[in-house]
Design a protein around this ligand. Sequence first.
Ligand SMILES: Nc1ncnc2c1ncn2[C@@H]1O[C@H](COP(=O)(O)OP(=O)(O)OP(=O)(O)O)[C@@H](O)[C@H]1O
Ligand SMILES: [Mg+2]
Length: 246
Amino acid sequence: MKLQIEHLSIAFSDQQVLKEFSMSIDEGEFVAIIGTSGCGKSTLLNVLAGSLSAQSGSIRVDQQEINGVSSHFAYMPQNDLLLPWATILDNVCLYGALKHQKKAAKEQALKAWKRFGLDGYESAYPHELSGGMRQRAAFLRTALCDADILLLDEPFGALDVITRNEMQDWLLQLRNDLHKTILLVTHDIEEALYLADRILILGNRPASIIRQIDLREVTKSRDWLFEQAKLKRDIHRLLQETHNDA
Ligand SMILES: Nc1ncnc2c1ncn2[C@@H]1O[C@H](COP(=O)(O)OP(=O)(O)OP(=O)(O)O)[C@@H](O)[C@H]1O
Ligand SMILES: [Mg+2]
């Protein structure tokens, strides 16, 4: 589904975080957002997910205006928001349970269970898990939600590099199998280069897009490895500059 954000503005007391912010994502596209800490990435996702309301602007999915919480989005917030009183398996199957499809959701979850490193923890509670395990459970919960657009806020930040790569590949597979549209926030430049079709780099508050990189063009190039290294340096330099300007 196509997502269109137009002229979105949001402020907290005297601080303008988003001002007339616009972007769009095509159906089935994978977009990564990179930007320095505090520039407004999570705020943007919170507005899309309906947990914050914007002062002005519009959000449309396939031309239809969205106000508040919408079933088009599955949201993995930066803090995992697992329910402390529910077991890990029940947490992962939350959306299925809400739709009275708990049995099917459990079957689906348990298929991915081992790959997600959650074997033996079905009946454990969130406080009994490591930070990385909690993050994987929250990621699986979001991925299994029956929504077209995934909003992922640093979903792999707490994972070791091997597990992170495994989860990234699982996400790519899911995207290919189910044709999801994905908006991912990350601080990991290599992750963005590996996963995304397009990278948006945000400048300081109020956040605006200071550079867009369409990787579908770049991957066609014969010298992809060279291009990738160059892009990595470019993005790093841009982030350094915005950091210094803040
Ligand atoms: N609920 C809130 N009330 C007041 N200020 C807020 C609130 N949420 C975010 N902010 C402020 O808005 C700004 C942007 O925050 P946000 O969480 O969107 O940044 P971010 O780009 O996601 O940063 P990070 O990379 O560290 O996660 C920050 O200055 C933050 O203090
Ligand atoms: Mg954030």
